[in-house]
Design a protein around this ligand. Structure first.
Ligand code: ATP
Length: 588
């Protein structure tokens, strides 16, 4: 299939934000795509080459890409750099440069989608000393035969800057319409996606076998299951109101969520974002089997750092020391952990997703041999608000964030945030009622002690509908000196020459960043704001929402993608709840 079909579609998609139009463009593209390559097309639309959990990365730096453009266009790298600085996006820069060249050369051979995809895959697989040169050659050979528009999107794919303004749900809508004629079948696709985390494979099966193809999707070892998520509640009484008079309360530990897949001696670990994190935890790989009475299982646990001498749980940040590519064996001893199991989704060849929570917990208890390293998350069956208060108190005293409350007869709803799991956190009882996870989009340089580092960060929420990041506050408190150094180091790599087009902000910070880092913030109140763009015009025309007295909690939420950050909708809900409370003081 001609790659121009894809680049034309991408071009049209970039120029609209209307969901129906975006979906229709995808439907048209899917209908024109030969069934054998539908998975490749779906990955490209997602801006990937393979599903996330396979960890396939292109590893192409801006400099290398500029060298490739320079080679194809026959223009010095310095000139390319100038256009790039002006433009802020390498894709646009390449298309501009190649447009000038196209006017002076004859038309080139047409480029196919298969060729683009296969070349990208080859680039990702290159290793070793000569790999940089080879990558450069592969890219420039694609650019040689590409039209300026195709070059733009090839580079966006390579640099990871393709932004079509769609979420996976829109892709699933379009697949359902294209192959089954009705959007109503989206749920069937979603069920298959939830157990495979591979939208390309879902597309391939439905393209080849219609809805019957989706029957082949089962929970299977070493394919991550999309995690079940919880809704928040603010108080014990709200929890009892929602869950009735018998439910489970588990400690909500403050660590990293992990999905453990084990078959005989093979162990693979997936993060909440479904990335493969096996290499950070060699101690789990080595020891987990010894704590299980089975050799085939998928489990879920919270990994928590501990103080080995006292057995105390340590804050989440301690785990971040494990995030390294080298010397991990040394670090393991220095930063010990415990594995706290809370669910089992697959056991001895059978999926347990449709089994009730209570049954799953029983199976977990029967299968796990507890020791210092592997434990079951403490849980209590709660029958009254008083019980719940007591368990919450105990959990907080044991160093937990709060409780996870679970409906006893509910299945494991993969990929869904619903009311079968509720989270009740300690912070929910004060001020704003919740902490927020916000994306760092910009910074202002510091003064005094903070000179040479960033003094204040500009933060944003995520708008799912529009796939944009909208500013909500500046934060300058809650940082230790160590934090400031750490932020400066992490964020320096994220500096962009121009504001990323997905960012919307009425402020002009000293530097803009790629929206990638998520941090946790608490605040005293949400107020209307003339400058911030979160929920702009929703509550009042011309105003957005902002946080008053925001404070960094010390947590960098590495396990969250920017799209997992708190959304404008969540902030609107918090704002409205806060208004209710002030209007009806009797209720508080
Ligand atoms: P948060 O910001 O509160 O961590 P989240 O968006 O990461 O939330 P939620 O579904 O809202 O995810 O909250 C559940 C999280 O709490 C899980 O992702 C998991 O990491 C953690 N957790 C700790 N203890 C438990 C437990 N007993 N059961 C389920 N999840 C637990």
């Amino acid at each position: 299939m001609q790659f121009s079909l894809i680049s034309d579609t991408f071009e049209k998609m970039e120029s609209t934000t209307k969901r129906l139009e975006l979906t229709q463009y995808l439907v048209d593209l899917f209908k024109a795509t030969p069934r054998e390559i539908i998975s490749k097309v779906v990955y490209l639309i997602q801006g990937k080459i393979r599903p996330d959990y396979e960890g396939v990365e292109l590893g192409v730096a801006e400099k290398l890409a500029m060298r490739a453009i320079s080679k194809s266009a026959g223009i010095p790298v310095k000139k390319i750099h100038e256009v790039f600085v002006e433009d802020g996006d390498l894709g646009h820069a390449a298309s501009k440069i190649l447009e000038q060249k196209a006017q002076t050369t004859f038309m080139v051979q047409q480029i196919t989608t298969e060729r683009v995809y296969d070349t990208l895959l080859k680039i990702a697989k290159l290793e070793g000393t000569r790999s940089q040169d080879m990558k450069m050659k592969y890219i420039s050979s694609l650019l040689n035969d590409a039209t300026p528009q195709e070059a733009k999107f090839i580079l966006k794919l390579i640099m990871g800057t393709l932004r079509l303004g769609i979420a996976d749900n829109t892709v699933m809508d379009a697949l359902a319409i294209a192959y089954t004629g009705s959007r109503e079948n989206r749920e069937r696709l979603e069920a298959a996606y939830n157990v495979s985390s591979d939208l390309g494979r879902v597309a391939e099966e439905i393209a080849k076998h219609d809805l019957r193809g989706l029957d082949n999707f089962r929970v299977s070892l070493f394919s991550p299951i999309r995690p079940m998520l919880a809704e928040r509640v603010k108080s014990e009484s709200e929890a009892v109101e929602k869950l009735g008079h018998e439910f489970a309360a588990e400690y909500k530990l403050d660590g990293e969520r992990v999905q453990i897949h084990l078959q005989d001696k093979k162990v693979v670990l997936f993060s909440r974002r479904l990335e493969n994190i096996t290499s950070y935890y060699p101690d789990i790989v080595e020891n987990i089997a010894k704590s299980l009475k089975t050799t085939e299982i998928i489990l879920e646990a919270e990994i928590v750092a501990i103080n080995e001498n006292t057995g105390e749980f340590l804050p989440f940040q301690e785990l971040m020391h494990r995030r390294r590519k080298y010397d991990i064996a040394k670090i393991v001893g220095q930063y010990p952990i415990t594995v706290n199991l809370f669910d089992v989704m697959y056991l001895n060849g059978k999926s347990l997703l449709d089994t009730t929570y209570d049954e799953r917990r029983k199976k977990l208890e029967e299968t796990v041999i507890e020791n210092d390293f592997v434990r079951l998350v403490p849980r209590t069956i709660v029958r009254s608000e008083n019980d719940l208060e007591e368990v919450l108190e105990n959990a907080i005293n044991a160093g937990c964030e709060g409780l996870m409350l679970k409906v006893l007869d509910a299945p494991y709803r993969a990929g869904a945030r619903g009311s079968n799991w509720l989270k009740l956190k300690r912070e929910y009882r004060n001020e704003l009622g919740d902490s927020l996870d916000l994306v760092v989009i910009g910074a202002f340089f510091g003064k005094g002690r903070r000179t040479g580092r960033y003094g204040t960060l500009l933060l944003a929420t995520y708008n799912q509908e529009r796939d944009t990041f909208e500013s909500i506050c500046k934060v300058g408190t809650g940082f230790t000196d160590e934090n400031l150094d750490q932020f400066y180091q992490i964020l320096q790599d994220k500096v962009t020459l121009k504001k990323n087009p997905r960012i919307e902000s009425g402020m002009e910070p000293d530097v803009w960043f790629e929206p990638e880092i998520v941090i946790e913030v608490v605040a005293s109140e949400i107020t209307l704001s003339p400058v911030h763009t979160t929920a702009k015009d929703v509550i009042r025309k011309g105003s957005g929402l902002a946080l008053r007295f925001p404070k960094f909690t010390g947590k960098i939420r590495d396990e969250k993608a920017p799209e997992d950050a708190s959304t404008d909708q969540e902030v609107i809900t918090l704002y409205r709840n806060q208004k209710k409370i002030t209007q009806n003081p009797a209720e508080t």
